[in-house]
Design a protein around this ligand. Structure first.
Ligand code: CA
Length: 722
């Protein structure tokens, strides 16, 4: 007996030694993330979401030796936005349609894969691509939110489903693209859908069972029904009319959160209104709480603690869902515990994170809707361009903001926050006779179809490309949050680029829309290394260490809002893939052709000029959001000029019959009739013929013509930015 028990003791000791040093993920482990430098345990690396890796193996001196360690093709060309988690040597990442992959983080070996089998028809409810920003970890589980509104717990070792709960009303066009957060045994998740018309909220679910613990609504519901809380009673006094509660009101919590364990405060970023336009949404005025706000909640109960509204009565889609970073700053000789955010509206905010007090706010890009933020009232001071109640106004930033969901990073040694910023403007207006459309249709309260507006004459691609590039700029901005000023900036060739990673060794990593991963000096912005990634990048890189070796990983997959409908005329979209780099890495991945090529002549154009024109307007109103204004600008969804003979033959069956709804192209029979569909088809065939002619035009005179168009485009663009 003694011998047996001694043997058992030795066996169990051996088993213990063979196990990974760390156990399950818990709050202590995430709170202490900085002492576990090699891991990436939660979405923003730690609860402060600073995205600063403590690793120092890759330095400004040796970063030029970075090479590919391994890669994984996701067999999709749609957008990838996830921050992979790296826990005990395993990398957990997500792809389009909310699929989860677990890899051996050092070797790239696929350990398991989980597909939640999201019905592809639900994709019409996703304003900005069927993307997913990653998983959360707690205990032995990995958690993912799905495009169709489920929250799912998977076992970390096998991917086996532990529980699967629906977090939305399936009759409403809600989607989940954001990463859950794991806090105090609860999984926190919000959702999106404000462009369509939904009521925003964030919920907490028991990590073990999936049971809902609490839900916090961000906007009030029907005033005739009891308020969920005194907070909702207070919020309801800032709304007027009945449009908001009938059609949702918006205020979705679709991305950013942060947590301060010492203060026991959960911070959520709240989105835009449904519809965008304040004169339609709340015609009697009011600030419309808690749209475009940072809200602090008690994570145990979901109870409201404080809020700061960045854009009262938002009318431009100026969400405050952008990344929030918790930091300690020395301001006027005093250490302040702050929360920092660069929301869409163009101001960089520093708030006291215990009270919500505004410490400072300054514009981080050129903006025209407001002149400044009044520190006494905490409110932005709107310019006359802000009023688009009577006439259209072209204002900046555009609806995608001066900064969107792409995460920033906070480098403590330099004291700089790195912002993946944008400079762009667009027309805003007020719908004359607004009628809410149900289902997968945008409800913006704007007049016209958006970018085109119905009154821009057709201009050659080379000229349009030059104008767009002149009007829209992507930047990486190094921002000093104490002085509230820019220290350096890098201009990109594309407006839509990746999120940011910084390392304590003094590096900044960012992927770009023009298909590069770049390492910059955190101090100066100097480019120290870059590589061709074969597809545009929108996701933020992460860093981890295994067996003393530091890695940089990024989900490379062009997509998101601009990937669907944005200005990217020239480049097509490569395979979306997971790329992992290390010093001396010598692997390589394929790089596909970057140019669209039409292999077959399109059908002869038979539509009348009137039918083509009508078709173009219908296309802009119904198709452009996914297939691109002026067709195919983004490259994520098929460019309809390149349809093959079968697609032409089946055009009506696809558009109205819905035969491709299993691929995500649902029936539009509720909004277009047979004649509409024919005219859209006429427009597409006409555009395809134009493309075919351009492709086959060659010779020095053609190049000269395009050069002249580009020069004209640059001049036009320059005048338009004045
Ligand atoms: Ca929005």
């Amino acid at each position: 007996m003694i011998k047996l028990s001694a043997l058992l003791a030795i066996l169990s000791l051996n088993a213990l030694l063979a196990m990974p040093l760390q156990g399950a993920v818990d709050g202590a482990r995430i709170t202490g993330a900085n002492s576990e430098a090699g891991a990436w345990l939660s979405h923003g690396r730690n609860y402060s979401e600073d995205r600063e890796s403590p690793l120092t193996g890759i330095t400004p001196d040796n970063v030029k030796e970075l090479g590919l360690a391994w890669y994984f093709d996701t067999h999709t060309t749609r957008g990838l936005e996830a921050s992979p988690l790296i826990i005990d040597g395993v990398m957990y990442s997500t792809t389009s349609w909310s699929e989860v992959f677990a890899h051996n983080a050092a070797s790239g070996e696929l350990l398991w894969h989980y597909d939640p089998a999201v019905p592809r028809a639900w994709g019409i409810n996703a304003c900005c691509d069927v993307v997913n920003r990653g998983v959360a970890a707690w205990g032995d589980n990995i958690y993912v939110g799905t495009i169709d509104g489920r929250l799912i717990a998977l076992h970390k070792d096998s991917g086996a489903v532990q529980w699967d709960v629906l977090t939305i009303d399936p009759d409403k066009p809600y989607t989940i693209t954001g990463a859950p957060r794991a806090i105090k045994g609860k999984i926190i998740i919000g959702n999106g859908g404000a462009e369509y018309g939904v009521r925003g909220y964030v919920g907490a679910y028991d990590a073990q069972t999936g049971a809902r613990v609490w839900r916090f609504y961000t906007v009030p519901g029907n005033p005739a029904e009891p308020y969920e809380s005194d907070t909702m009673r207070m919020a309801a006094t800032t709304w007027t009319g009945d449009q908001f509660w009938k059609n949702g009101g918006g205020g979705t919590v679709w991305d950013s959160m942060a947590f301060d364990p010492a203060l026991n405060l959960l911070y959520i970023g709240v989105g835009n209104g449904s519809p965008w336009n304040r004169w339609v949404r709340s015609p009697g005025g009011g600030d419309n709480l808690f749209l475009s706000s940072v809200v602090a909640l008690n994570p145990d109960t979901g109870a409201y603690v404080w809020h700061y509204q960045t854009t009262p009565a938002d009318s431009w889609d100026f969400t405050a869902t952008q990344h929030m970073i918790l930091g300690e700053l020395q301001i006027e000789g005093e250490q302040r515990s702050v929360i920092m955010q660069a929301p869409k509206n163009g101001f960089f905010y520093v708030l006291d994170r215990a009270t919500g007090e505004l410490i400072s706010a300054e514009p981080y890009t050129a903006i025209s809707w407001a002149s400044h933020v009044d520190l006494a009232t905490g409110r932005p001071v709107e310019t006359e361009l802000a009023d688009h109640s009577q006439q259209q106004q072209i204002t900046s930033p555009w609806a995608l903001g001066s900064h969107n969901w792409q995460p920033m990073a906070f480098n403590k040694a330099t004291g700089l926050v790195f912002i993946p910023a944008m400079e762009a403007s667009m027309p805003f207006s007020t719908a004359k006779d607004y009628v809410h459309k149900k289902g997968g249709h945008f409800n913006l309260g704007q007049q016209g179809a958006g970018l085109k507006g119905g009154d821009i004459p057709p201009i050659p691609d080379a000229m349009l490309d030059a104008v767009i590039k002149k009007l829209m700029r992507g930047k990486l901005i190094a921002w000093d949050p104490v002085a509230q000023r820019q220290r350096w900036q890098v201009e990109h060739t594309t407006v839509w680029n990746g999120g940011v990673l910084t390392t304590q060794s003094g590096l900044v990593f960012q992927g770009t829309g023009d298909q590069r991963l770049v390492a910059y000096s955190a101090a100066t912005g100097e480019v120290l290394w870059q590589t061709d990634t074969g597809t545009g990048i929108v996701a933020p890189p992460v860093s981890f260490e295994i067996d003393g070796e530091q890695y940089i990983a990024v989900m490379a997959g062009w997509g998101g809002a601009v990937g669907l409908s944005g200005p990217n005329i020239i480049q097509s979209n490569g395979t979306s893939r997971l790329l992992v780099y290390k010093l001396g890495g010598s692997a390589s991945h394929p790089i596909e052709s970057k140019r669209f090529v039409m292999k077959q002549a399109p059908p002869t154009s038979l539509g009348s000029a009137k039918a083509i024109d009508r078709g173009e307007n219908l296309y802009m109103g119904n198709c452009a959001r996914c297939h691109g204004p002026n067709i195919g600008l983004g490259g994520v969804i098929p460019d309809l000029r390149y349809m093959n003979a079968d697609t032409h033959r089946l055009f009506d069956d696809i558009v109205r019959g819905g035969i491709y709804s299993g691929l995500g192209m649902v029936s539009f029979a509720d909004v277009v009739d047979e004649r509409d569909t024919q005219d859209i088809h006429h427009y597409l065939i006409d555009a395809a013929n134009e493309r075919w002619q351009q492709q086959h035009a060659s010779g020095w005179w053609h190049d000269l013509l395009n050069w002249i168009y580009a020069v004209i485009g640059n001049v036009v663009g320059w005048f338009m930015t004045l």
